[in-house]
Design a protein around this ligand. Structure first.
Ligand code: UDP
Ligand code: MG
Length: 314
């Protein structure tokens, strides 16, 4: 098997057939043996029926059907757990990632790169808010992380089997695949493309999901927020120490003191706020530690035509 394509699916009934046709054409042009692994992440529409139909017509189509919505990163991880190809592609189902780019990416794999990711030159048809928050997030993340995670890059990429095997050994429950792949290393490069609009349907990434995803990325690849707490702690304590010297002096030596309600309330609220933020930051790390210690399975499969060891069902 030359290429496996992993496709996470959440309410993509309008896109599946078009996607299949474009991917199949690309693979035919490349002249490779391939599989298309659809992971249905608890879609509420007819996506899974469409995928089943495709799998009956084409032997290259394999699928995993989740018991509920586990999220995009988990869906991709499940796909990666079951691929057999020497190279593995991750692609969105909404055709925002053009399948035709795989040709150029596969070329680079043959030149000896283990990871070729697709870097967005432009993003059409997305809200100003989404573009701006995404841009800020990638810039901040690259400032505070120890591994360098490429900016303006999603999960659309092709990678060698060795990367997939390394990913399978990473047990974290809160996946941030693009960071994990950077962490793995080897020779990585990129091709550029213009990201177009969704072909049909709506985005499955709500702001809530985006914030959780951003926090997963930060907590998994940076200790900076924790270090900032320590820094602020020292800063605020130093300031409080000077203030108390001054307050004692004013009260007992100079004897000119004010009732001081304003300064009291301000400092109480300020310290209270800092403490809450600090607890929240610690909580974010702790919550992730907790779910890693609980060690629940990452996903539950309702139905599939793929067996666990990557072999076809008899
Ligand atoms: N997706 C998923 N589970 C989710 C949300 C999204 O599997 O909970 C899939 C979705 O079907 C698509 C890909 O992840 O193939 C990217 O999602 P989307 O296009 O909604 O995100 P956006 O491009 O708006 O960031
Ligand atoms: Mg999309």
């Amino acid at each position: 098997m030359d290429i496996s394509v992993v496709i996470p699916i959440y309410n993509e009934e309008e896109n599946i057939d078009v996607l299949y046709n474009r991917l199949a054409t690309v693979m035919k042009d490349l002249g490779v043996s391939y599989e298309l692994l659809f992971v249905n992440d608890g879609s509420k529409d007819k996506s899974i029926q469409l995928i089943r139909n495709l799998s009956q017509q084409h032997k290259e189509v394999r699928y995993i059907d989740f018991s509920r919505n586990f999220g995009h990163q988990v869906a991709v991880s499940a796909g990666l757990d079951h691929t057999r190809g020497n190279a593995v592609v991750i692609i969105d189902a909404d055709l925002q990632d053009p399948p035709e780019l795989i040709k150029e990416m596969y070329q680079k794999v043959q030149e000896g790169y283990q990871v070729v990711y697709a870097k967005r030159r432009r993003r059409d048809g997305e809200s100003f808010m989404k573009l701006w928050t995404a841009k800020m997030f990638y810039r901040i993340l690259s400032k505070i992380t120890s591994v360098s995670i490429p900016v303006d890059t999603g999960d659309f990429r092709i990678m060698d089997k060795c990367i997939v095997e390394a990913l399978r050994q990473m047990p974290e429950k809160h996946k941030f695949l693009r960071g994990q792949i950077s962490w793995i290393g080897y020779n990585q490069t990129y091709v550029e493309y213009d990201r177009s609009q969704r072909h049909g349907g709506e985005t499955g990434y709500t702001y809530g999901k985006m914030i959780r995803f951003a926090l997963d990325g930060i907590t998994a690849f940076s200790d900076t927020p924790l270090k900032m707490i320590t820094f602020f702690g020292f800063f605020v304590s130093g300031f409080a120490f000077l203030m108390s010297l001054w307050a004692l002096y004013a009260r007992f030596i100079a004897g000119d003191y004010e009732p001081g309600w304003a300064s009291l309330i301000v400092s109480v609220l300020f310290i209270g706020g800092i403490q809450m933020i600090a607890l929240g930051i610690i909580g974010e790390y702790l919550m992730r530690m907790n779910s890693n210690v609980m060690d629940r399975p990452l996903y539950i499969i309702r139905d599939s035509n793929v067996k666990n060891d990557g072999e076809e069902k008899p």
